[in-house]
Ligand binder design. Structure first.
Ligand code: HEC
Length: 316
């Protein structure tokens, strides 16, 4: 009898804790599960690949096993001119994104269309596949779905890659890994708030924009600008190149760190990059002894810097 109060207290606590967890975790989960993927969600997950952060397949976050995004204007099979199309190329053994593996994630109508019309689930990871995002209308409303163009049009990964030159290839999936690994999210959000934030950083995302993305990179703290739509305000590769090599080249008082080490050993022409010489020349410039800073090397196609720039430029 002496401990009756504890029994009552423990039950009351259990009830209060249980119902608050039900309200904060379970109820939103039902809501989120019923939201269909938007066009943005499909484009993001197809560009990022299965995981956009740490995974056992890529424990050191080097950007392995990612698809290549290509923009093409010629049909990879027939060579005929087509509407400019963005395709996501998964060469054999590149893991498919979550929405392709588990169509349910896309929401009822988009998953049904992706399977029936887009033949999405006919794709085979061992063979590779090419995907595009399409839209169709149902009852006056536009609905996006994923089309496996390898099955519907015979576009093989190799033929599709061959239709895109270097300018029209983007290593967005690898770039997202770089963004997560380098901790850009310590200083940059990717989530404009529903306040005057809109006026500068653009529209906040919708709930359905993230179906199938893992993980998201919203960021928590803002020491630099929000990057959700940064590619719409600044799409200059040259500016990004200078800014990542050393932010002080374009923003004299920037507190952003330099990421020159992401260039690796050689530049786009295969010439070795001499960081010490570059730094010495930069110090001369900073001291006011030279008029121009040293030239920034163009990053090699397989460099981490190239992938990061591709990712950032494509944040529209
Ligand atoms: C220490 C905080 C910090 C970190 C870490 C950081 N940034 Fe920044 N970033 C800033 C600040 C401050 C600015 C604004 C001044 C400037 O442009 O340099 C900025 C500007 C930018 C801009 C230009 C934004 C615009 O609106 O035009 C881009 C793009 C960018 N950062 C990308 C990145 C990426 C990618 C990374 C990770 C590789 C990164 N930043 C890491 C602080 C940071």
């Amino acid at each position: 009898m002496a401990f009756r109060e504890y029994k009552v207290g423990a039950r009351m606590f259990g009830l209060a804790f249980g119902s608050s967890m039900f309200i904060t975790l379970y109820m939103p989960a039902v809501d989120i599960a019923s939201v269909s993927a938007t066009t943005t969600a499909m484009e993001r997950q197809l560009a990022f690949g299965r995981v956009g952060g740490f995974s056992y397949e890529d424990p050191f976050l080097r950007g392995h096993g990612k698809p290549v995004t290509v923009d093409i204007v010629l049909d990879p099979k027939t060579g005929a001119a087509i509407e400019p199309t963005r395709a996501y190329v998964y060469t054999p053994e590149i893991p498919f994104p979550n929405g392709v593996r588990h169509p349910r994630i896309l929401g009822e109508l988009p998953s049904e269309l992706s399977v029936s019309k887009g033949r999405m689930t006919d794709a085979d990871e061992a063979q590779g596949a090419v995907f595009v995002v399409r839209e169709t209308t149902r009852e006056g409303i536009s609905v996006p779905y994923i089309e496996n163009v390898t099955a519907t049009r015979g576009w093989t990964p190799e033929a599709t890659l061959a239709r895109a030159d270097d300018k029209n290839r983007a290593f967005i999936g690898k770039g997202k890994i770089m963004f997560v690994r380098e901790g850009c999210w310590w200083c940059h959000t990717m989530l404009p708030e529903q306040t005057q934030d809109w006026q500068y950083f653009g529209a906040p995302p919708m709930l359905g924009d993230f179906n199938g993305e893992s993980p998201t990179a919203f960021g928590s703290d803002r020491k630099g600008p929000d990057l959700t739509h940064v590619g719409s305000r600044n799409s200059s590769r040259e500016w990004m190149m200078l800014h990542f090599f050393n932010p002080r080249l374009v923003q004299p008082h920037s507190i952003m760190p330099r990421y020159d080490y992401m260039w690796g050993d050689v530049d786009a022409d295969g010439r070795p990059i001499d960081y010490d010489a570059w730094r010495a020349a930069y110090d001369e410039y900073e001291a006011g002894n030279t008029i121009y800073p040293p030239e920034v090397p163009v990053p090699a196609v397989d460099s981490e810097a190239r992938a990061l720039i591709d990712f950032i430029i494509n944040l529209k």
